[in-house]
Design a protein around this ligand. Structure first.
Ligand code: A3T
Length: 464
């Protein structure tokens, strides 16, 4: 999201004509001041989290910097070349208005969306009266009193060691490169958790997901510990019926938990099924004796189970609510189910929507690195996170490197691909096959598969 902030004596606008066929807001005009005018371009990868961050910036500017409580939000499609589609842009601007109104101490006006407008602004002209900000969608995390963007948060032993009850394939898990990556890098965990979150949003169809950062000294060592801590906080907090809540423990991404309402439509079950995409619902069980009592309320523990019996507790169920998590327990379950499938000789894989990196591009020689970079840029622009694995290393070595990380799609580009504008693609879930795709076909295929879960779209030079 890009914003321009103006501290002005006066703003006057009037809609002139429609800029969209069906503008979501009626036409209108406004004259007022003094005020803070916020010109906003909503960008493709913005989310409610971006809105939260933008509201924070606007409040800081208005209340602390220029001490002005009159705010106009002005949709302005000219600050970015990566604009969000109108429907999403409008939704997020309405959300921004609501966020600002939450303080209760501001007068907030939102100018009509989807119209051409004539406007006059009289900017005050003092040094801080014009400001521009780029708001990144990345959430921040608080750790030991300081705020960090998630990707720069201090690495805090990301996944705790295996809990008492080791899964049948637990030993195998520790041999997995992917598992080792997960246990030492919070980048991967953060990416997993944001994808899981997008999936939850996609399945539940709710775009109003609430984030709660929990300040707690508690670093739960077992999933049951973590569940108990979340339930206690849930009970202490205000009622949040019908809402999807994502709880993060400060500085500890692996402990992220999700609370979902069950409203008759089996949403939580669909989310779980989607997560354990090949294991199926019969791998998730509650047991009569598996009960967690917190302040008199009883929660049934939801276990992930494989062929050797109940394994990791993956959540708790009570009344109208399902609590899923912590994140690391969910990941254990997913990896465990894939590894048991792998023990039958099938290649394990994560669904495209869950894996933090969708495509690995492998230029055969440095001569094709630039072409690979262009494809990576195109993919990232469409929300597809891509890594380019450049030489040194033979093609085979680099294909194996991508495979160690279970990257769902690998594309090799050599001189023939460069001259024909194509990529030779291997898909992890279609072992032994390869297909030659035009770059546009690849972009279309991957981005449409990711569309329902909102890709992140990063371009990586090496694997974090
Ligand atoms: C104008 N002020 O810009 N972010 C913000 N606004 C958007 C977006 C987006 N991603 N997409 C569409 N109109 N709009 C006027 C000028 O006078 C809105 C916004 O109101 C924009 C209009 O739709 C056409 O793009 C043109």
């Amino acid at each position: 999201m890009r914003i321009l902030l103006f501290h002005a004596d006066m703003l006057e606008y009037e809609t002139t004509r429609k800029a969209l066929r069906n503008p979501p807001d009626p036409p209108g005009k406004y004259t007022g001041g003094p005020l803070v005018a916020v010109f906003v371009s909503v960008e493709e990868d913005d989310s409610p989290l971006t809105v939260e961050a933008a509201a924070g910036e606007i409040l800081k500017y208005s209340l602390d910097t220029v001490k002005e409580d009159n705010i106009v939000i002005y949709p302005y499609a000219h600050l970015s070349s990566r604009l969000a589609r109108p429907e999403k842009a409008h939704r997020l601007l309405v959300l921004l208005e609501e966020e600002l109104n939450k303080t209760g101490s501001l007068k907030v006006h939102r100018a009509p969306f989807g119209w051409y407008k004539k406007f006059t602004i009289k900017v005050k002209g003092h040094p801080l009266s014009e400001l521009s900000r780029t708001i990144k969608p990345e959430p921040t995390i608080e750790y030991e009193g300081s705020k960090y963007p998630l990707s720069e948060a201090p690495k805090t032993g990301a996944i705790p060691s295996l809990p008492g009850r080791v899964t049948a394939s637990g030993l195998l898990l520790e041999k997995l490169e992917l598992f080792n990556v997960l246990s030492c890098s919070s980048w991967w965990l953060d990416q997993f958790s944001s994808r899981l979150e997008s999936r939850i949003i996609a399945v539940t169809g709710r775009d109003r997901v609430k984030h709660e950062l929990l300040r707690s000294d508690h670093r739960p060592g077992s999933p049951l510990d973590a569940l108990r801590a979340i339930i206690e906080l849930l009970q202490a907090g205000p009622g949040r019926s019908g809402q999807v809540t994502v709880y993060r423990l400060a500085g500890c991404p692996s402990q992220t938990m999700y609370s979902l309402p069950i409203d008759g439509s089996g949403e939580a079950r669909s989310v779980l099924d989607a997560i354990l995409h090949r294991a199926g619902s019969d791998s998730l069980r509650t047991y009569p004796e598996g009960e967690l009592r917190v302040s008199g309320q009883s929660f049934k523990i939801l276990y992930y189970e494989n062929s050797s019996g109940p394994q990791t507790p993956i959540g708790a169920v009570s009344g109208e609510t399902v609590i899923l998590g912590p994140l690391w327990a969910i990941l254990y379950a997913v990896l465990d189910s894939e590894v048991s499938i792998a023990s039958r000789g099938v290649t394990p894989y994560l669904p495209l929507w869950l894996h933090p990196v969708s495509v690995a591009l492998i230029p055969a020689k440095t001569g094709q690195a630039e072409y690979a970079g262009i494809i990576a840029y195109e993919l990232a622009r469409h929300g597809v996170t891509t890594v380019v694995l450049e030489p040194p290393g033979s093609i085979g070595q680099r294909i194996r490197q991508a495979a160690k990380y279970w990257i769902p799609m690998t594309g090799v580009v050599g001189p023939r691909e460069v001259s024909t504008g194509t990529v030779t693609i291997r898909k992890r879930w279609k072992e032994g096959e390869q297909e030659v795709l035009a770059v546009s076909e690849l972009v279309e295929q991957v981005s449409s598969q990711l569309a329902s879960t909102g890709g992140v779209g990063l371009r990586l030079r090496s694997l974090p």
